[in-house]
Design a protein around this ligand. Structure first.
Ligand code: NAG
Ligand code: NAG
Ligand code: NAG
Ligand code: NAG
Ligand code: NAG
Ligand code: NAG
Ligand code: NAG
Length: 445
């Protein structure tokens, strides 16, 4: 018998760490409908690794994702792969942990819930994968600046994903009062902050739920044969997205690049997708500048196996080498660059990308994936090859060195849009026009 619906709450015990939020992502196991992997991103006021976090009696080992310097919050990741042996609902009691003190929207105790559905989907022929998202523990905005926080919303099954505020009668939070300073656009999962006055400065708890909806009416089948029909209005699963928004004192200028760091090329665009094979290292280069403050660090959230290095002022690299257990999975990585000026901390906008781990033993070559939108087709649809055709005119002959320089410039621009490492560019024809095509490194074009 397989599990149809699992309700889970997180049991957190002991220790006076203060809570900074939680995100849960879920992948079913590819060869069965009763096994899956849960990815928990837990944020606290300091790093805790081996405390008795337990879910349904199983303890969760926590690994550090990223810790802000000078006593800032720490995010850890716990990965739980388990066999679910019944189709009952598991409510798990919650105790112990409180949000950081002084939360302006009055949230004190931590409550969260996710619903994972392991039944066979008629449209995809497998169990559901949750929407994939993440967020850093604390995002900041000065009280006098407008800002949109675009949460990453990506669904590997190609479902429609929507966000909403948590609902107390569904035990998704308690209470669920949303921050008065944010307005939510459910279909894009954008949280908009408008300039406000100093009375609204301080920390807020954001408690969202992200849900995936089928694009057509589908049936879900349990191993026993029982079927349930879902329409496009019925969520298949839901995951919690909880974090802290800090409204800081007003900044002298809201213009990006002065006090608030501004991203520069080749930083990937929000929503860019990267592909790398198991055991192959993916590198994401992030560059930012701030003329009137000092860039202090890169804050990120993603798989705990992602490494961060600083290569220069405002220059950072994230590297990730997926392991075999991640083959076929897409994981979210979100980041901001933070700067300091006196006691003030200033953040760049939030950007998120998707990193997909391929199976190197597959003979098909890696493909470039389409940019994310709410209408993204299933990521495992076989072939996407992005091509670029451009025509350049030149007054004189182009020497080989000119051609190389030109190709290099085009490649840098493409890299800044998040195209994978190792793409190759070739000049297809020289006269009377120069056309350039882009293709995956080992594709034959
Ligand atoms: C919260 O959930 C309950 C129970 O499903 C529902 O009746 C109510 O409308 C929901 N509240 C909101 C604000 O959506
Ligand atoms: C600040 O804005 C709030 C509305 O968000 C308003 O109620 C309050 O009076 C304002 N305070 C000051 C000092 O202007
Ligand atoms: C990845 O590396 C591990 C350990 O070196 C090895 O066992 C495995 O076969 C490799 N997998 C692939 C797909 O190359
Ligand atoms: C930012 O710095 C520049 C020079 O470093 C200075 O001229 C300018 O006044 C500063 N801007 C603000 C708003 O302080
Ligand atoms: C990340 O850092 C760990 C520990 O320093 C190291 O073992 C691992 O090889 C690094 N991974 C990458 C992709 O650089
Ligand atoms: C990866 O490829 C190997 C060999 O073709 C296969 O046995 C394995 O199931 C594949 N894994 C995934 C996740 O596709
Ligand atoms: C490998 O190929 C198989 C069969 O074509 C496909 O089902 C699987 O998703 C591929 N794995 C990856 C990681 O792309």
């Amino acid at each position: 018998m397989s599990l149809s619906v699992l309700l889970l709450l997180l049991l957190v015990s002991s220790v006076q760490a203060a809570f900074y939020g939680l995100v849960v992502n879920y992948y079913p196991n590819s060869n069965g409908f009763s096994r899956g992997t849960l990815y928990y991103k837990l944020s606290n006021s300091f790093c805790i690794y081996n405390l008795p976090y337990s879910i349904g009696g199983e303890s969760l080992v926590l690994n550090k994702v990223n810790e802000e310097s000078n006593g800032g919050p720490c995010q850890t990741e716990g990965i739980l792969t388990r066999i679910f042996s019944s189709n009952s609902i598991f409510p798990i009691p919650v105790s112990g942990l409180s949000w950081i003190s002084g939360i302006k929207n009055g949230i004190v105790s931590f409550t969260a819930q996710a619903v994972v559905d392991l039944r066979f989907r008629s449209d995809t022929g497998s169990a559901n994968t949750s929407p994939q998202t993440t967020i850093i523990p604390a995002v900041r905005v000065p009280s006098n600046c407008a800002r949109n926080f675009n949460l990453l919303m990506f669904d590997p099954d190609g479902d429609v994903v929507k966000c909403r505020n948590g609902n107390m009668s569904l035990s998704e939070c308690a209470p669920c009062t949303p921050p008065s300073v944010l307005s939510l656009s459910p279909s894009s999962c954008t949280l908009s902050f408008s300039p406000t006055n100093s009375s609204n400065e301080g920390p807020y708890a954001v408690q969202l739920m992200m849900e995936d909806f089928p694009r057509e009416t589908i049936t879900l089948t349990e191993t026993g044969g029982t079927q349930t029909t879902l329409t496009t209005n019925d969520a298949i699963g839901k995951i919690p997205v909880q974090f802290v928004l800090i409204v800081d004192p007003a900044v002298p200028s809201c213009t990006e690049g002065l006090f608030l760091p501004m991203f520069l090329p080749p930083t990937p665009a929000h929503g860019a997708q990267f592909f790398t094979n198991v055991n192959e290292t993916l590198q994401i280069t992030i560059s930012a500048q701030a003329l009137n403050s000092t860039i202090s660090e890169l804050l990120f959230s993603g798989p705990y196996t992602v490494n961060k290095t600083q290569t220069g002022p405002g220059q950072f690299t994230l590297t990730w080498t997926p392991s075999a257990t991640e083959a076929g999975q897409s994981h979210p990585v979100c980041f901001v660059v933070q700067a300091i000026f006196g006691a003030n901390k200033y953040q760049s906008e939030l950007r998120c990308v998707i990193v997909r781990a391929g199976n190197a033993s597959n003979t098909t070559s890696p493909t470039l994936l389409p940019a994310i939108s709410t209408t993204t087709p299933p990521i495992n649809t076989p072939v996407y090859v992005a091509g670029l055709k451009m025509t350049l005119t030149s007054l004189g002959n182009l020497f080989q060195s000119d051609q190389d320089a030109l190709l290099n410039q085009v490649k840098q621009v493409l890299d800044s849009y998040g195209l994978p490492e190792g793409i190759t560019l070739r000049i297809r024809s020289i006269q009377p026009q120069v056309a350039v095509t882009a293709a995956p490194a080992n594709a034959t074009t």
